[in-house]
Design a protein around this ligand. Structure first.
Ligand code: NAD
Length: 291
């Protein structure tokens, strides 16, 4: 009985939050893209930048003149995205670098390869993620949502902090933008069972990973602020956006999602949310929400 309750509760919480977000989106349909200054000479890494919101973020940053590194685990898709962005924006400095966030070794190798090139880094967008995946483990044995969404980005951010600090010294501080989700409000961190071993629920695992990202961002921003580092950390909530993220919904939910997505899901607002975070004031600790 307890196990059933522990399984059902996160599902109810997640769908309840989803309905609240959709009502919000119904009432706040219009939005305007923030105007950003040119970003010539600045370098950005966008994890999962080959599709969905990551792609839109990469494309927009490239259109502003940023040197964009798309970091992802699907090389073919990444190279296609690079070509498409170069064609759409006329900006050549867009590239793909392999990064599998479900492997801590891959994260370390990615950082080594990036640092070996001696490039600065002004923007890190922690965007990649998976949702509602059946119980699986990362290469290092962590539950997939927790290992990929949270631990992968946690390690990546920490290993890149020195380059972000150095690059922020020369005016216009560096920025870390982490894509979380409203589902973090329903997340529970069970410190005795972070891997959901006693009772796995993919809904709870996703919400937990997004809550961990928000808490990490707040703690990171406090530390950066205390050291007067020229780096800011923001978490963003894009609302509900029609992307491949929903591919693991069960069949009835997929059927219900289609018409709802057409009417109420966002398309490019996600991009606006990540970009809004890039315009936040230097010392602000924020959870930037869509709208
Ligand atoms: N779509 C929504 O409604 C919504 C709502 C709230 C938050 N989010 C968050 O937004 C972010 C982007 O999601 P999206 O909607 O664009 O989904 P998406 O499925 O279109 O994109 C996810 C990206 O993550 C990448 N990725 C997956 N596994 C990876 C791995 N092991 N290593 C490196 N990259 C990997 C994928 O290749 C892809 O590029 C995610 O963090 C998601 O949790 C999305």
């Amino acid at each position: 009985m307890w196990r059933l309750f522990a399984f059902i509760l996160p599902v109810i919480r997640l769908y309840f939050i989803g309905v609240k977000v959709l009502i919000y989106q119904l009432l706040h349909k219009s939005f305007t893209l923030p105007v950003l200054p040119r970003q010539n000479g600045r370098v950005a890494i966008v994890t999962g930048g080959a599709r969905g919101m990551g792609y839109e973020t990469s494309r927009h940053l490239a259109s502003l003149g940023t040197h964009v590194v798309i970091a992802g685990n699907e090389e073919e898709e990444g190279l296609v995205a690079v070509k498409k962005i170069q064609k759409q924006t006329g900006h050549r400095k867009v590239e793909f670098m392999y990064l599998d966030l479900a492997s801590l070794k891959s994260v370390q190798q990615f950082v080594q390869r990036f640092k070996a090139r001696g490039l600065p880094l002004h923007t890190l967008v922690n965007n990649a993620g998976v949702m509602l995946v059946p119980e699986r483990k990362t290469e290092d044995g962590f539950e997939l949502h927790f290992g990929l969404n949270y631990l992968g980005h946690f390690l990546l951010t920490n290993l890149l902090l020195d380059v972000l600090r150095d690059s922020g010294q020369s005016g216009g501080c560096s920025r870390i933008v982490t894509v979380s989700s409203a589902t973090h409000y329903g997340g529970r961190l069970d410190l005795n069972d972070l891997q959901g071993r006693s009772c796995y629920c993919s809904h709870g695992a996703y919400s937990q990973s997004k809550l961990a990202l928000v808490l990490f961002t707040y703690q990171l921003q406090e530390r950066l602020w205390a050291r007067a580092d020229p780096v800011t950390a923001n978490a963003v909530d894009p609302g509900m956006v029609d992307t491949d993220l929903y591919q693991n919904l069960c069949s009835p939910a997929q059927l219900a999602k289609k018409p709802v997505a057409k009417l109420l899901f966002r398309s490019s607002s996600a991009l606006q949310t990540s970009l809004k975070a890039l315009t936040c004031h230097c010392r602000q600790v924020t959870m930037v929400q869509a709208g």
